[in-house]
Design a protein around this ligand. Structure first.
Ligand code: CAA
Length: 700
């Protein structure tokens, strides 16, 4: 059997290797193995120095997250790192891959650190709703100071080896073979009087108490502004404050308490759910069966906002792109848009002018479909109308090479009908990007009836290459995200007509944790988009279903949101911050009178309960119908495409935490008022009957 930690004595150096694939997480066995190794190092006279390293792709990338929430098994990581620091022989940590979280804490407890050039270090615990709980909050600041340590721990960012070397976190960069150099170095320092350098006793990062406290206060003020609802970041600042006040052992005791408070917080549960949900979403059965096709050249049809954003995302991922538009003027506009996005990146120093020029050189615009004949994948992002899309796919079918993936970025339309316009429906797939496509991380991979496994595998490969978060969706009106979105926006309209103002609804939704409320979002996206969709659906709308016409009244006045200076809010010239508009409230009031709906007062809780019940019920249907493979996929979509607060995990996780029986009870109560709109999802009813929850359906 493979040992989680092995030891090998080589010429006086005890090489301690952690071997716990895939990321060498510090599970109980690894922790025990590390302690055993330290005991041997102390006891065995033949050991003069120790090297700790990771087998395979990385130095330990953290504590074992799967153990969280279970009773902790001994030895605890804080004791393990203290044991390493107390070793009587010098310990060198040899870092490669990603030395993160508990992994970096192990390295910080070593007396010296060497890394290869590609290594990255970081304390990303904050992203999981916790804090570095094995001395990280106490040791890192002793090396780099309060400000730098706070920057790393509050952002969770992965710091490249070169920068970590400059900061003093890494002492040496290996030029050649990491292990050989680590062993050589360990041998060199063995027996030297200064070789035992405990980080807990270091003072190089410390400043006078006043500056230290000022750095902590500044970080706290930034958090108050940016993320006042989050729990863990504030605890991190408190821990760093202690560094200047307490010796390391007392500081670590304080850190332990703070860590445990984070572990108990529901935010930890939500954030860790989100972490595993993202990874599970990449497990797509079709992609696992299929083989990705080569991806070297891409095409984009349509140079509007979506098309140009998609082109930029692909260019940045190293794919040359040819963009096709219907005439020269539109092609030039598409080129302008792509150039403008890249120019903004240069302005903000995210891109060098040289790299921008190289990206533009890999980009071509044309009106000739023939130019797509060598593309491996084409994404159509043209006008959202079936006839337009079918015409495009007919043309594509005529020119695209055999095996090319033909993708549509449609948000709502039936991809089976689009695929039927070609003679190769097996190559047709939906790749639904979110606006702005070069920034938003979500990518819905929509699998139509005839889509081949290879096409899905290629879509997933593209997502990985673009750094997107992929989620598999089935075909329906709106797929996963927009279908659920439409339902809760509809509910927001009902709540408005029933008595809450759009501003109260937006505020409640923001206070729940969304960056924006639904009316602000509509103003940003353009009210004309929803208007067009409502008109399109009008002929097939259930005549018994309640319909709120207020948004239409705004559109009839030409109030399309930010771009026209008026929508649900009023916008001063050039301002993106809207002001409540009394005229909108008048329109709302007169519609209520016209319809004779009884109105009442809504608390924030009333608003959120109805809004979320609508979201969750529709999401349950999306899972029930197989449009989403599993509830956690819906969570990923809501978090990455629609601003659902990540620390709540997603709507399905939220429902589990509130209790499905409570959600169902709300839905049943709303159904008494409106049985057409509120039909409890069969999945929800079934889960409540069985005493189950959504999480029980989350399988890899
Ligand atoms: N514990 C348990 N499993 C982990 C893990 C961890 N810390 N980190 C990653 N994994 C698992 C993933 O779930 C995934 O499993 P499946 O293959 O079954 O889906 C597998 O390892 C590979 O992970 P990725 O797909 O994410 O691989 P990647 O190469 O894209 O990224 C990574 C690797 C950068 C290490 C990324 O996995 C990551 O960011 N992991 C989390 C790192 C982290 O947050 N560490 C801190 C942990 S908390 C801590 O350490 C607390 C403390 O102070 C005591």
């Amino acid at each position: 059997m493979r040992e989680a930690v092995s030891q090998e004595l080589e010429d006086g150096v005890l090489v301690v290797t952690v071997d716990n694939p895939p990321v060498n997480a510090l599970g109980a066995e690894v922790r025990r193995g590390l302690v055993t190794a330290m005991e041997r190092a102390d006891a065995d006279e033949a050991v003069r120095a120790v090297v700790i390293r990771g087998e395979g792709r990385t130095f330990p990338a953290g504590a074992d997250i799967r153990e969280f929430g279970k009773p902790p098994a001994e030895p605890w990581l804080p004791d393990v790192v203290n044991r390493i620091e107390a070793c009587t022989k010098p310990v060198v940590a040899a870092l490669h891959g990603t030395a993160l979280g508990g992994g970096l804490e192990v390295a910080l407890a070593a007396h010296w650190r060497i890394a290869d050039r590609q290594a990255k270090v970081g304390l990303p615990e904050v992203n999981l709703g916790i804090l570095p709980g094995a001395g990280g909050t106490q040791r890192l600041p002793r090396i780099v100071g309060a400000q730098k340590a706070l920057d790393m721990m509050l952002s969770g960012r992965h710091v490249p080896a070169a920068e970590a070397h400059e900061l003093g976190i890494i002492d040496r960069i290996a030029e050649g073979d990491l292990l050989e150099e680590a062993k050589m170095w360990a041998r060199e320092i063995a027996g030297r009087p200064d070789a035992l350098r405990p980080t807990g006793a270091r003072t190089d990062g410390l400043t006078d108490p006043e500056s230290w406290r000022a750095a902590c206060a500044a970080a706290r003020a930034r958090l108050e502004k940016k993320s006042p609802q989050l729990f863990a970041p504030f605890r991190i600042v408190e821990c760093v404050e202690k560094v200047i006040e307490l010796p390391i052992d007392e500081g670590m005791a304080f850190e332990r308490q703070a860590f445990e408070a984070c572990m108990r917080s529901p935010q930890r549960e939500g954030l860790i759910h989100a972490f595993f949900a993202e990874r599970r979403a990449r497990k797509i059965p079709e992609a696992e069966r299929g083989t990705p096709r080569p991806l070297e050249r891409a095409g984009v049809i349509g140079g509007g906002t979506m098309g140009s954003g998609i082109a930029v995302a692909m260019l940045k991922a190293g794919l040359p792109v040819t963009m096709v538009e219907r005439d020269e003027e539109a092609a030039a506009a598409g080129r302008e848009r792509v150039a403008a996005i890249l120019a903004r990146d240069v302005e903000r120093r995210r891109l060098t002018p040289g790299r921008r020029d190289a990206l533009l050189a890999a980009f071509a615009t044309t009106t000739d479909y023939g130019a797509l004949s060598d593309a491996d994948l084409v994404v159509e992002a043209a006008f959202e109308e079936m006839a337009v899309k079918q015409e495009i796919f007919r043309k594509l079918d005529a020119v695209a090479k055999k095996g090319a993936i033909l993708a549509t970025n449609t948000s709502y339309l039936d991809i089976n009908e689009i695929a039927a316009a070609t003679g190769r429906p097996e190559d047709v797939i939906g790749l639904h990007f979110f606006s702005p496509a070069h920034i938003m991380k979500l990518l819905e991979i929509v699998v139509a009836d005839a889509t081949s496994d290879d096409a899905v595998a290629t879509g997933l490969q593209l997502a990985r290459r673009l750094g997107k978060v992929p989620v598999r969706a089935g075909v329906c009106d709106g797929f996963i995200g927009n279908r659920i979105y439409n339902r809760y926006v509809e509910e927001a309209f009902f709540i408005m007509e029933d008595g809450a103002s759009p501003y109260e609804i937006d505020r409640a939704v923001r206070n729940f944790g969304y960056p924006m409320g639904p009316f602000e979002v509509a103003d940003l996206a353009g009210l004309d988009i929803g208007w067009a969709a409502r008109k399109r659906r009008a002929p097939t709308r259930d005549p018994r279903r309640r319909y709120v016409a207020i948004a239409d009244k705004l559109c009839e006045r030409g109030w399309f949101g930010q771009k026209t200076g008026r929508g649900w809010y009023r916008y001063e010239e050039g301002s993106r911050k809207g002001q409540p508009d009394p005229e909108v409230l008048e329109i709302v009031a007169s519609e209520r009178i016209l319809k004779g709906v009884p109105t009442g007062a809504f608390t924030e809780e009333d608003i959120i309960r109805r809004y979320l019940a609508a979201m969750i019920n529709e999401a349950a249907n999306v899972v029930h119908e197989g449009i989403a493979l599993r509830p956690s996929d819906v969570d990923v979509v809501a978090v990455h495409g629609y601003g659902f607060p990540r620390w709540r995990g997603g709507p399905m996780k939220y429902a589990d935490m509130v209790g499905l029986e409570n959600i169902l009870a709300d839905i049943e109560a709303f159904a008494e008022e409106d049985p057409v709109v509120w039909q409890p999802s069969p999945l929800l009813v079934d889960l409540v009957r069985r005493g189950g929850n959504f999480d029980s359906l989350n399988r890899d």
